[in-house]
Write a protein that binds this ligand. Structure first.
Ligand code: NAD
Ligand code: UDP
Length: 309
């Protein structure tokens, strides 16, 4: 296959590029490097089946030759990044999704949208099932990301219903692993960077809010399986092993053997109180479940960050 991956120089996108290259496919990575890095794709630069196109997909996108699949991963993804780039985030979720769906239509390609657990907002249903419509503040600070992704899902379904494109919507829950940016502001890179520098870990609020963290290799397996189906409704992909942010910080302290303490900072606006995916749909449809537990995943990620600090 010849596969276009937008956001391919980012954390998840670069792992997808690697996976499809390893399977023998051709990959065209399209990225404007707003939050991604060339270093993430350096290892593939010499591969004749890999091509990098530096382009903002909020502007129309022309790719020469055949395309079998378009995977739309371009978007700032960490809260710190999308609060820094609110308009770019709204544009890439709306105009970028429209442009990449247009590419899929023109090439008669299948399509996968990287959506997010943020479409559920601060959820009133727990765990979150795909049938839940969500609880999002459209005008809050996080609204730029949440509403862009909700629009992106609506646009993707419209292209499927109107043009018959084989579209897929992955609702991705918190994912972590090598190639995250140390300074992207998410809990895990912050905590690991702070632990390795022996600085206090910054917990926002009292740390009782929960998340459910999925290791990158498990997510990639789920995405590749979903992309190979003809299922069009959203599918949650994540690890249902839920943990409070305080426990998570303490796990990182233990695993890193750090002497850092913990400091408490204000909780950001609209920060979801709880989050855990119901993954029964992915289990039944894809025969998929995460395999890598948090201790193992955190160990591997810590090794990566040790080289950077
Ligand atoms: P990331 O910031 O590492 O990667 C995003 C990539 O998109 C970057 O390389 C960035 O430069 C690129 N990009 C952004 N806007 C662009 C534009 N207009 N044109 C071209 N390229 C653009 O983030 P990530 O964690 O790898 O997230 C990738 C995708 O997965 C995002 O769509 C995100 O919403 C989704 N997602 C991620 C998570 C997670 O836990 N990491 C959870 C849910 C959803
Ligand atoms: N968080 C924290 N300290 C940090 C960074 C984040 O306590 O240094 C909290 C944040 O408020 C949220 C959780 O950790 O409750 C996960 O935040 P992250 O930015 O990783 O992703 P989110 O799931 O909120 O998109």
């Amino acid at each position: 296959m010849r596969i276009v991956i937008t956001g391919g120089a980012g954390f998840i996108g670069s792992h997808l590029c690697e996976r499809y290259l390893d399977e023998g496919h051709e990959v065209v990575c399209v990225d404007n490097l707003i939050t991604g890095r060339r270093a993430n794709i350096e290892a593939f630069a010499g591969n004749p089946r890999f091509r990098f196109v530096q382009h903002d997909v909020s502007h129309p996108l022309h790719i020469e030759g055949p395309v079998d699949m378009v995977l739309h991963f371009a978007s700032p993804a960490s809260p710190v990044d999308y609060l820094r780039y609110p308009i770019q985030t709204l544009k890439v979720g709306s105009l970028g999704t429209h442009n990449t769906l247009g590419l899929a239509k023109a090439k008669n390609a299948s399509y996968l949208l990287a959506s997010t657990s943020e479409v559920y907002g601060d959820p009133e249903e727990h765990p979150q099932r795909e049938t839940y419509w969500g609880h999002v503040n459209p005008i809050g600070l996080r609204g730029v990301y949440d509403e862009a992704k909700r629009f992106a899902e609506a646009m993707t379904m419209a292209y499927h219903r109107t043009h018959g494109i084989n579209t897929h919507i992955a609702r991705i829950f918190n994912t972590y692993g090598p190639r995250m940016r140390l300074d992207d502001g998410r809990a895990l890179p912050n905590f690991m960077g702070q632990a390795l520098r022996h600085e206090p870990l910054t917990i926002y609020g009292d740390g009782s809010q929960t998340r459910s963290f999925c290791y990158i290799d498990d997510l990639i397996e789920g995405l590749v399986r979903l992309a190979a189906t003809d299922f069009h409704e959203p599918v949650n992909l994540g690890n249902p092993d839920e943990v409070t942010i305080r426990e998570f910080a303490e796990e990182i302290l233990r695993l890193s053997g750090s002497s850092s303490g913990i400091v408490f900072k204000p909780l950001p606006e609209d920060d979801p109180r709880i989050r855990r995916p119901d993954i029964r749909r992915a289990q039944q449809l894809l025969g998929w479940s995460p395999k890598i537990d948090r201790t193992e995943g955190l160990r591997r990620t810590l090794e990566y960050f040790r080289q950077l600090v």
